[in-house]
Design a protein. Structure first.
Length: 95
C-alpha cells in the first residue's frame, strides 16, 4: 500500500471510531470529543486527496474548518458571549 492509501485508511478509522463513540456514549463532553475525531478524520482525508491531486484547495478548506471549529469551541466550551468574538469571516478577512 502506498502512503495515500494508508492515510485514507487512517482517516476512515478515525471517522468510524468517532461515529461509534457518538452513537454509544451519552456524556456531552465525550460526544464533543467524538465529533472532533470525526472532523479530524474528514480533515485528514481532505488533505490526503488534495496532496494526491497536487492542489492546495484541501489544505485551505481544512484551515477554514479549523477557524470555524475554534470559534465554535470558544462559544460553547469557554462560555464566551458571541458579541465578544469576531465572526469567522472577519478573521479570514483580516488574514
Amino acid at each position: 500500500m502506498d502512503r495515500a492509501s494508508l492515510l485514507i485508511a487512517l482517516s476512515l478509522s478515525l471517522f468510524t471510531i468517532g461515529l461509534l463513540g457518538l452513537i454509544v456514549r451519552r456524556n456531552l463532553l465525550v460526544m464533543l470529543m467524538c465529533m472532533e475525531l470525526m472532523l479530524n478524520g474528514v480533515n485528514l482525508s481532505l488533505v490526503t486527496f488534495a496532496q494526491r491531486a497536487g492542489n492546495v484547495e484541501g489544505a485551505v478548506m481544512v484551515f477554514l474548518i479549523f477557524i470555524v471549529v475554534l470559534w465554535d469551541l470558544a462559544i460553547r466550551v469557554f462560555r464566551i458571549p458571541a458579541y465578544q468574538i469576531p465572526a469567522p469571516g472577519d478573521v479570514v478577512a483580516v488574514l
